[in-house]
Write a protein that binds this ligand. Structure first.
Ligand SMILES: Cc1cc2nc3c(=O)[nH]c(=O)nc-3n(C[C@H](O)[C@H](O)[C@H](O)COP(=O)(O)OP(=O)(O)OC[C@H]3O[C@@H](n4cnc5c(N)ncnc54)[C@H](O)[C@@H]3O)c2cc1C
Length: 378
């Protein structure tokens, strides 16, 4: 089989490497918009379980995963009214740097004989070269400007009301931290955890009103960093926050589809379904979706149509569930000001219960992954 993968992020790289391991004779080419040394968007992400044991953690597929200096987290800490409530998450979570994770997954692909062509953005439908390949996997992240955005897949784009910015900080947060700050200009919320022994992710969100009242809309990136560091000064112990060059405060974009493929083009990862960062599952979904597609093509090597129908049947239910969890969580954060009068314990309880009515996501992902990893066994 001849396969083109568009986008060298976690989803495309996981699909390419896992397929190549099973079918070394298949030809797989990846095209990536950016230069190999270009910065990967974002600092660290939280992943499930401990590498190399958890199959939804991409680090489990990287032989020398220790060089990522990933951090394991067992506790959740919520801070409100400058008081903290600490409890166990009941599971092990893994904070990992995005840049080195992507670098190692790219090296894995190349070591398996997969070609990665850099600085090759596919922006036109014609550039997907559908006739030249048996299968085209579009895994280029949240992006609705390329023309693979096909009506037949019933795409839907929704923007969140809050503004957010993905900062990094040298303050190392030992637990999954959620910090609510009542400031004279409004409420700011920080989601933070360490992803290496020297750095933490520090995602900050606030309402549009707070964003404008505080003047963030008119500040330079450096002024905004200083302002945010001052808002969270006591939590950061005086450490700075840092923005990646070119990254701006934005509204979270949820991209959803009713169908995961059209002809021989399949969507994967954020390009298929993105979900709000407050549930921290996007990369996990990328891995699980990739494994479902690997099984579909492995089980139907001579019939791409059947493979993609199978992929669609098994990937869409978990993508819908992911979307429901992420949307409920996003809405909780968008209405957080209504709960700021509550005590720390009450806010912690409301946060813990915000997705209570939905079937749990980890269990659904576990089942989907178990089936996907049983290759050849329908
Ligand atoms: C603030 C924030 C915090 C997050 N925190 C977490 C977290 O804690 N845990 C978690 O699991 N997930 C988290 N996520 C989500 C996670 O980052 C994504 O779900 C994940 O990166 C999706 O992987 P992907 O490969 O589908 O897309 P991406 O990682 O976006 O990769 C897409 C690749 O395609 C390339 N590309 C783009 N356009 C083109 C083109 N036209 N042609 C060729 N190449 C192209 C890009 O350069 C990139 O390399 C977070 C997201 C945000 C915004």
């Amino acid at each position: 089989m001849k396969i083109l993968v568009v986008g060298a992020g976690p989803s495309g790289l996981m699909f390419a490497s896992e397929t190549k391991k099973l079918k070394p004779e298949w030809e797989i080419r990846i095209i990536e918009k950016n230069h190999p040394d270009a910065n990967v968007v974002g600092w660290g992400v939280v992943l499930p379980g401990r590498a190399p044991h958890h199959p939804a953690n991409p680090l489990s597929y990287i032989e020398n995963h220790e060089i990522l200096d990933a951090q394991y987290l067992e506790d959740f800490k919520l801070t409100h009214h400058n008081q903290s409530a600490l409890k166990s998450t009941g599971v092990t979570l893994c904070g990992a740097e995005r840049k080195s994770m992507v670098r190692e997954l790219r090296q894995l692909c190349q070591s398996l004989g997969i070609t990665i062509d850099y600085e090759q953005p596919a922006v036109e439908d014609a550039e997907l070269l559908c006739n030249e390949y048996d299968l085209v996997v579009v895994s280029n992240g949240i992006n609705h400007t390329t023309t693979y955005y096909r009506d037949s897949l019933k795409p839907k784009v929704e923007f969140g009301k809050n503004r957010y910015m993905w900062y990094g900080t040298p303050k190392t947060f030992d637990a999954m931290n959620l910090i609510f700050k009542s400031h004279s200009k409004g409420i700011f919320v920080a989601h933070s955890y360490k992803y290496s022994s020297t750095m933490s992710t520090f995602v900050v969100e606030c309402s549009e009103e707070t964003y404008q009242k505080s003047g963030l809309d008119e500040m330079s990136p450096q002024e905004a960093e200083k302002f945010i560091a001052s808002v969270f000064e006591s939590d950061l112990d005086g450490n700075p926050v840092m923005a990646q060059e070119g990254l701006k405060w934005r509204n979270f974009m949820t991209l959803s589809h009713e169908k995961a493929y059209d002809g021989n083009v399949a969507l994967l990862g954020d390009a298929l379904q993105s979900g709000h960062f407050s549930i921290g599952h996007g990369t996990t979904m990328a891995v699980v979706g990739a494994q479902i597609l690997v099984k579909a093509v492995f089980d139907n090597p001579d019939n791409v149509e059947a493979a993609l129908a199978d992929f669609n049947q098994h990937v869409m239910p978990i993508m819908r569930l992911f979307d429901q969890h992420a949307t409920i969580s996003r809405l909780w954060f968008e209405t957080v000001e209504d709960r700021m009068h509550l005590s720390t314990g009450e806010v912690a309880q409301s946060f813990a219960e915000r997705r209570g009515e939905l079937p749990p996501l980890p269990a659904a992902l576990g089942q989907a992954l178990e089936r996907a990893l049983a290759r050849g066994d329908k």
